[in-house]
Design a protein around this ligand. Structure first.
Ligand SMILES: C[S@@+](CC[C@H](N)C(=O)[O-])C[C@H]1O[C@@H](n2cnc3c(N)ncnc32)[C@H](O)[C@@H]1O
Length: 264
């Protein structure tokens, strides 16, 4: 599928409310991957490998759990996505007016931070910390130079960033390996030298669906992902790979990965 067709498909067919429902289904069947991703992000942040003030999340969808741990360390966070419906719903969540409930995902992060206390209380604190740290919710397009609509980003939150988080999204709009390398190069330009990129997703996965509507995913091996990072100017990779699970959920993939890497 040509990249412009892919973009149109996202604009027309990806709905935040449907993704929210689908992701809860995925959470039920592939729960461990959400725990793995949350733990990986939590540990990278806690290690203070990438310190600073400004963090960018790309391909956020209408979700908030991937930046939950980061909100303890980064006072300025920008969230971004390609689909307007996601951005509108994300803005509503930050105002406390969203029909989308991310509690089940945030509880994973809450238990990492404090497994002894009441999870609802820890989550409530987490939610207000996230709302305090996120300074902007803006349009992004991995396939366009610049990636962000900079005019939407307030001066205090403008690039370069100290860390970028990209969960289950970078492979999504790419038609081939070269396009994937170009996406990584564009993200590198948004980082300061030595800044970090945390990425995680399914590898060797060709497509995914939301309420039976199909969306593409570049079929790429973990070796190819790491080679693409090298080519795009990232280094000192910390790579973790996890085996595929046998479940009823309709997703064909070779495994799951989490990577933390550095803009050289
Ligand atoms: C599988 S969802 C992941 C959402 C979220 N990060 C999560 O973990 O649930 C993929 C996201 O990539 C976004 N996306 C699709 N095409 C994009 C593009 N060209 N640039 C940036 N994001 C894009 C979609 O809108 C969608 O929110």
């Amino acid at each position: 599928m040509a990249e412009e067709v892919v973009k149109q498909n996202f604009k027309e067919n990806l709905k935040a409310i449907e993704y929210h429902e689908e992701l809860h289904g995925i959470l039920r069947t592939l729960h461990i991957y959400f725990e793995i991703t949350a733990s990986f992000i939590y540990d990278v942040l806690k290690s203070r490998r990438f310190e600073g003030k400004k963090l960018l999340e790309v391909g956020s969808g209408a979700t908030v759990h991937s930046i939950a741990s980061a909100s303890a360390y980064f006072p300025i966070i920008v969230q971004s996505d390609f689909v307007e419906d996601n951005l509108e719903n994300l803005k509503l969540w930050h105002k406390g007016q969203s029909p989308l409930d991310w509690s089940a995902f945030l509880d994973i992060v809450a238990s990492l931070e404090d497994f002894k206390s009441d999870v609802q209380e820890v989550r409530a604190k987490l939610e207000s910390r996230i709302r305090k740290s996120v300074k902007a919710i803006v349009h992004c397009d991995f396939l366009k130079d610049g990636v962000l609509k900079l005019e939407e980003v307030p001066a205090e939150a403008s690039p370069p960033y100290d860390l970028i988080i990209a969960v289950q999204c970078l492979e999504v709009p790419c038609g081939d390996l070269e396009s994937f390398v170009n996406v990584l190069k564009r993200l590198k330009k948004l980082l300061r030298k030595g800044g970090g990129l945390i990425l995680s997703s399914f590898h060797d996965c060709e497509e995914w669906e939301v309420r039976k509507k199909k969306f593409p995913h570049l079929k790429i091996s973990l070796k190819e992902i790491v080679a693409a990072l090298d080519k795009a100017g990232f280094g000192n990779h910390d790579v973790k790979r996890f085996s595929p699970l046998v479940t009823d959920y309709n997703l064909t993939y070779g495994g799951y990965y989490c990577i933390a890497t550095e803009a050289l």
